[in-house]
Design a protein around this ligand. Structure first.
Ligand code: TRP
Length: 519
C-alpha cells in the first residue's frame, strides 16, 4: 500500500454542523462576554457598537472568508498552506511569516486568556459554594443569592482572588489542563465533541439568562447604553479598539481560522459558513449585553458606578455578582452565568491551543499513530508553556499593596507610548488586540486579494453570484488594508504619542507651578 500523503492523513471535520459548532465555539468566548461589554462601556456605548458592526461586516467577514479559503486550498498546516499557495503563484515563500506571526499571536492570547478563564472558573466554584451555604443555613434555594454574604463581601471576592497568587495559579492550571486534555484528543475526538456538547448548552443558558434579565431588569437604561450613540467619545483609539475587538471576537488576524479551514471538506460552503459564524458571534456579543446590563442597571448604585467609571474587569467579577445578589433565585442565575462563561471560554481556548499544536504536528507524512503521539506531546508542551507565561500574567494582577511579585510592577513595553503604564497582562492584550491581530488581518487580506489569483480564489470560495465575488475582492484588496492601515497609524502611534506628550507637558506645568514662588 502506498504511504498516505499528508493531505490524506489529515483529520477533517465530520460534517458541516461539526465545523460550524467548532468555529462558533472558537469565536464565542470571553471576547463576547467580557471584553465586548466593557470596551463598549468605556468607548461611548452605542457609537462603539455601530462602529463595531461596520467593522464586522466590512472587515471581519471578508477576512474570515479569506482565511477559510487559504486554509482549505493550501492544506497541511497554516504556515505550509500559505507557503504552498505563494509558491503556486510564483510568489515569495516569505509570505509564510504572516501565519508564523499568527501562531505566536494565538499563543500569546492563550497565555492571558487562561488567566481570565481561571478567574471565571474560580467564580463558578464560589457561586456554587454560596448557593450551598444558603441551602445549608435553612434559607433554601429560593433565598436571595449569596445569602450568607454582605455586599461588601461579594464585591470583595475579586480582590480576594487577585490577592491570592496561588489561587490564581491553581485555577489557571486547572483550566489549562482541561484545554490540553481536549486538544490532545484531536479534531473529531476532542475539539468537535467538546463543541458539540458545550455550545448547545451555552446557547440555552444565554437565552434563559437574557430573558430573566429583560424581565427583571432596567431594560430602558440598558438599551440606551448599548444602542444610543455618544459620538463625543469616538476618536482614532476607539475605532482601532473596534477593529481589534472585531478581529479578536471573530478569531481573525492570527492563523486560527486558516487552521480551522485546513480541516474543512471540499463540499462545505465557505461564504455560508462564514456568514453563520460572523452572525452568531455578533449576536452573542449583543445578546450578552442584554443579559448583563439590564440587571446591573436595575440597581441605581451599580448603574452609577458602571457609568461613572471605566469598570474594566470589575464589570464581570464585581458588578455582575452584585446584580445577581438582588434577584430572587439570584444564586442559581449566578451559577448559570459563570458556567455559561466557562463553557464559552473553554471552546475558545481549545481553538487557541490547536493553532500551535497543529503547527507542532507539522506538515509531513507520518503514520496516524505517530500523528497522535505528536499531538499529545505538542498539546502538553505548548499548553504547559502557555501556562508558565500565564503564571506571570496572573502574578501581574496582584495588587502592589498586597505583595511585590515583581510582575505587578514590571512594565515590559512601556518605552512605547501605546503601552504606557501597562504590566505584562495588559501589554500582551493590547499588543495582540490592537497591533498584531489588525496587522495580521491586513496581511491576510493582501495575500488573499493580491497574491492569490482571482481564478483560484473564485474557484475555492465558490460564491454563488459573481457580484459577491467582486465585492469580496474589492474589500480584501482595498478597503481592509487602507482602512486598517490608517486606523493603526492613528490609534496605535499618533494618538498614544500625543497622549504621552500631553501628560508630559501637564507634568511640566505642575512642576513649574510648584517651583515658581507665588506672589
Ligand atoms: N474569539 C475568542 C473570544 O472571543 C478568542 C479567540 C479564539 C481568539 N481564537 C482566537 C482571539 C484567535 C484571537 C485570535 O473569546
Amino acid at each position: 500500500m502506498a504511504a498516505p500523503s499528508g493531505a490524506d492523513n489529515q483529520e477533517h471535520w465530520s460534517g458541516k454542523f461539526a465545523f460550524i459548532m467548532a468555529a462558533v465555539g472558537s469565536a464565542v468566548g470571553l471576547g463576547n462576554l467580557v471584553r465586548f461589554p466593557y470596551i463598549a462601556g468605556d468607548s461611548g456605548g452605542g457609537a462603539f457598537v455601530l462602529i463595531y458592526l461596520a467593522c464586522v461586516l466590512l472587515l471581519g467577514l471578508p477576512v474570515l472568508v479569506a482565511e477559510l479559503m487559504i486554509g482549505r486550498r493550501g492544506g497541511g498546516s497554516a504556515i505550509g498552506a500559505v507557503v504552498r499557495l505563494a509558491k503556486n503563484e510564483n510568489n515569495s515563500k516569505l509570505w509564510g511569516i504572516v501565519p508564523a506571526i499568527g501562531v505566536v499571536t494565538t499563543f500569546l492570547v492563550l497565555s492571558y486568556y487562561c488567566v481570565l478563564a481561571g478567574w471565571v472558573l474560580n467564580f463558578v466554584f464560589l457561586s456554587v459554594q454560596d448557593v450551598f451555604s444558603s441551602v445549608g443555613s435553612g434559607a433554601g434555594l429560593g433565598a436571595v443569592a449569596y445569602n450568607e454574604m454582605t455586599e461588601a463581601e461579594i464585591s470583595g471576592q475579586l480582590g480576594e482572588l487577585v490577592s491570592n497568587p496561588w489561587q490564581m495559579v491553581i485555577m489557571t492550571g486547572l483550566f489549562m489542563a482541561l484545554t490540553i486534555f481536549i486538544v490532545s484528543r484531536g479534531i473529531k475526538g476532542g475539539i468537535e465533541t467538546a463543541a458539540n456538547i458545550l455550545m448547545p448548552i451555552f446557547f440555552v443558558l444565554l437565552l434563559l439568562l437574557t430573558i430573566s434579565s429583560l424581565i427583571n431588569g432596567n431594560d430602558a437604561a440598558a438599551l440606551d447604553f448599548l444602542f444610543k450613540p455618544d459620538w463625543s467619545e469616538v476618536d482614532g483609539g476607539v475605532i482601532l479598539r473596534a477593529v481589534g475587538q472585531a478581529f479578536f471576537s471573530l478569531s481573525l488576524g492570527s492563523a486560527m481560522m486558516i487552521t480551522y479551514g485546513l480541516y474543512m471538506n471540499k463540499d462545505e460552503d465557505i461564504p455560508g459558513s462564514a456568514r453563520i459564524v460572523a452572525f452568531s458571534d455578533t449576536s452573542v456579543a449583543l445578546i450578552a449585553g442584554l443579559a448583563i446590563f439590564p440587571i446591573i442597571f436595575a440597581s441605581p448604585v451599580l448603574m452609577e458606578s458602571v457609568l461613572a467609571e471605566d469598570p474594566g474587569l470589575g464589570l464581570m467579577f464585581e458588578s455582575i455578582p452584585l446584580a445577581f445578589h438582588q434577584l430572587p433565585f439570584g444564586g442559581i442565575f449566578a451559577i448559570a452565568f459563570f458556567i455559561m462563561t466557562i463553557f464559552a471560554a473553554l471552546t475558545s481556548a481549545i481553538a487557541l491551543l490547536e493553532v500551535s499544536v497543529a503547527w507542532f504536528d507539522g506538515d509531513i507524512d507520518v503514520s496516524a499513530v505517530q500523528r497522535r503521539r505528536r499531538r499529545i506531546r505538542g498539546a502538553i508542551i505548548l499548553g504547559g508553556l502557555a501556562f508558565l507565561i500565564g503564571c506571570m500574567n496572573a502574578l501581574s494582577q496582584v495588587p502592589t499593596s498586597v505583595a511585590n511579585t515583581f510582575f505587578n510592577t514590571w512594565e515590559p513595553l512601556s518605552f512605547i507610548a501605546l503601552f504606557d503604564g501597562m504590566t505584562i497582562l495588559d501589554a500582551i492584550d493590547t499588543l495582540t488586540g490592537s497591533v498584531l491581530l489588525p496587522i495580521g488581518g491586513v496581511a491576510t487580506a493582501v495575500f488573499a486579494g493580491w497574491v492569490i489569483s482571482a481564478q483560484v480564489a473564485k474557484d475555492e470560495i465558490g460564491f454563488k453570484k459573481a457580484s459577491t465575488f467582486t465585492i469580496w475582492r474589492t474589500l480584501v484588496r482595498y478597503v481592509v488594508p487602507i482602512f486598517i492601515g490608517i486606523v493603526l497609524v492613528y490609534g496605535a502611534i499618533i494618538g498614544p504619542m500625543r497622549a504621552r506628550a500631553d501628560a508630559g507637558s501637564e507634568a511640566a506645568q505642575v512642576i513649574e507651578e510648584m517651583t515658581t514662588p507665588s506672589e
